[in-house]
Design a protein around this ligand. Sequence first.
Ligand SMILES: N[C@@H](CCC(=O)N[C@@H](CS)C(=O)NCC(=O)O)C(=O)O
Length: 341
Amino acid sequence: MTSKHKLAFALGFAAALAAIPAAAQTSTLDRVKARGEVICGNHIALPGFGLQGPDGKWAGLDIDLCRAVAAAVFNNPDKVKFVPTTPQMRFVVVQSGEVDLLARNATYTMSRDTSAGMAWPVINYFDGQGFMVKKSLNVANVKALAGASICVTQGTTTELNLADFFRANNLKYEIIGFATNEEGVKALEAGRCDAFTTDSSGLAAERLKFAKPDDFTILPDLISREPLGPAVKRGDESWFALVRWVHYAMLNAEEFGVTKANVDEMLKSPNPEIKRLLGVEGKFGEGLGLTTDWAYRIVKHVGNYGESFERNVGMGSKLQLKRGLNDLASKGGLQYPYPIR
Ligand SMILES: N[C@@H](CCC(=O)N[C@@H](CS)C(=O)NCC(=O)O)C(=O)O
């Protein structure tokens, strides 16, 4: 290589480096730390998952995941900026890097995972698509909805599954699409459609908003699998791992009986699993760019997964959802606490 070539090479390299936006040169965790807060894309208003209270404070299972990330990074669950998103905008804010993670009942699917510039660290709620109808319609299952008009939110897996199911079963139906749940649910309440369909957890949440919730029933059958979980921008594996392990820490805490109330007491536990979880033994948080007490912070500020589930969507909450698929694997569910070791 001549000196001229060397110079051109060096300049070309410098130019290429300069062309990389600043954001691409630092890790998501570095940016989060420098900014002093996590930016979390959430739902505009979904009781149990992401809903703003009269005091302006957000609450829900998805909100807890964002707060748990903040607790792990900052030892402060309030260091989160929430960015409410519609179904149509939710992935754009992930792809553009406007949010560090999206936590709003979004289904993990192959195309969203492989061709949309996003990655899905973990599933924090296993769900399926259901239907809600007025009790007075007197239908017992989804197939009895042949010929019905069905309200659905656009830009969702829901509208795709709906079309598949009715086509596959040779059933006629009329689809009435809306940009938001709110409009679709209002249309059902007003009698403009016979049924409203979305994730079954979303149905339980939306029913709460009716003036007369008891006039409506959720049909027993589910027509799809909807694994719901957070999404991050593809390309930062460390951040991906951090979000995933935050959820696993909450599962491990539940598995070993570590709760918000007893976490300080548990620091003295002789159980090696608990010692590793809480950072009494080992330095597992360091691999994530965090402190050794990263999981202690999560449980201390947010609680374990079971606590978050019960508080937000479980039998003790207004939604009254059973643990079902979201029980720990040791109790027959799909939530599996991967080993911290
Ligand atoms: N899990 C499905 C459906 C998501 C979905 O429809 N979510 C509803 C709530 S259950 C929604 O966000 N509606 C918009 C709104 O209410 O503004 C997906 O990821 O496509």
